[in-house]
Design a protein around this ligand. Structure first.
Ligand SMILES: O=C(O)CCC(=O)C(=O)O
Ligand SMILES: [Fe+2]
Length: 316
């Protein structure tokens, strides 16, 4: 075919001030965001508030030391039986290379401190807290900015404040060990995220792959100082299918361990497309549902049989 390889759109957020919506290049950036999210469901973001120094401190000073701790210590990152996917994950079947830890409300200082106190009781962990909370806060500012732009772009900005009040964030830090082989190895299986938006910060080592609407897998190669913003099934459903939630996976190869930090925004409100987004040309696609119930379906035996889990769960 000889066509150009598909590349992820890159969007420059320089000059966009999260606390002053509408100012500077806001409207022009919003147009690019809408274009990228309706077509690909994701884009690379150049976001200067996450400085290269903060990024380096996050991974070299906080994330890597965390993963070098004994498994028993990491297992303390547990939020109870009703929140099985909110804490430490490791030793999952078929995912030997993958391990992760997560902080509920990571963009807020107290939960990060509570996490650090659990991992290093009585230890000197102020540096860890400052860096992790600082980075998570910047991810959250970008996340909220993009969410606001989406609602504005769809003409339904009036719902933004209510959404914000019942949205929380999970910060997940992940390690993908190198396989003992030359081939590519699955670090994380193909899936769509269940939540609203995900902001992925990968460190030095590529590996995240996205599937286009045509089924082509592309290796995401954002410039080293950028982030990746991606739509999950919650926003796909709430926008009545106007936004695309891409399938993605992590493939690892080579001899360098890969680390990433991801901020997931999670809706607590009933996920139901607003009347403005439903009409004759856009009949309702999904029945109203709650995020928790959908997550329950995704991890159930029945859910495991479906690729497009949202459709299987609540398509009209
Ligand atoms: O680590 C990454 O780059 C992405 C992992 C992922 O897709 C997820 O945790 O949902
Ligand atoms: Fe994901």
């Amino acid at each position: 075919m000889g066509g150009e390889a598909t590349e992820l759109p890159m969007i420059d957020f320089s000059g966009v001030v999260p606390s002053v919506p509408g100012s500077g290049p806001w409207a022009a950036v919003r147009a690019q965001v809408m274009d990228a999210l309706t077509t690909f469901g994701c884009f690379g973001a150049h976001y200067p508030p996450l400085t290269p120094e903060l990024r380096a401190s996050l991974f070299d000073g906080a994330v890597k030391p965390l993963f070098s701790l004994p498994v028993e210590t990491k297992r303390r990152n547990y939020y109870g039986p009703d929140k099985p996917l909110h804490g430490y994950l490791g030793g999952l079947p078929g995912l030997d290379a993958y391990e992760s830890l997560a902080i509920i409300d990571g963009p807020k200082p107290e939960p990060v401190r509570a996490f650090a106190d659990l991992i290093w009781p009585g230890g000197a962990n102020a540096g860890f807290c400052e860096v992790v909370h600082g980075a998570a806060k910047r991810f959250a500012e970008l996340e909220e900015t993009v969410r606001r732009m989406i609602l504005e772009g769809l003409g339904v900005a009036k719902y933004h404040e209510a959404h914000n009040e019942s949205t929380w964030h999970l910060l997940r830090m992940s390690e993908y060990k190198v396989p003992n082989a030359d081939e590519k190895w699955i670090g994380y299986l193909s899936h769509q995220d269940t939540n609203s938006l995900s902001v992925v910060c990968q460190h030095e080592v590529d590996g995240l792959e996205m599937q286009t609407r045509d089924g082509e897998w592309i290796l995401v190669k954002p410039p080293p100082t950028s982030l990746i913003v991606m739509v999950g099934n919650a926003l796909r459903a709430w926008t009545n299918g106007r936004l695309h939630a891409p399938f993605h996976r992590v493939m690892v190869r080579g001899d360098v361990t890969r680390y990433s930090a991801i901020l997931f925004s999670v809706p607590e409100f009933m996920i139901q497309a607003p009347d403005e987004l439903v009409d004759e040309d856009h009949p309702p696609r999904f029945k109203p549902y709650r995020h928790n119930d959908f997550v329950g379906f995704c991890v159930s035996e029945e859910g495991a049989h479906h690729d497009d889990k949202l459709k299987a769960f609540c398509a009209v």
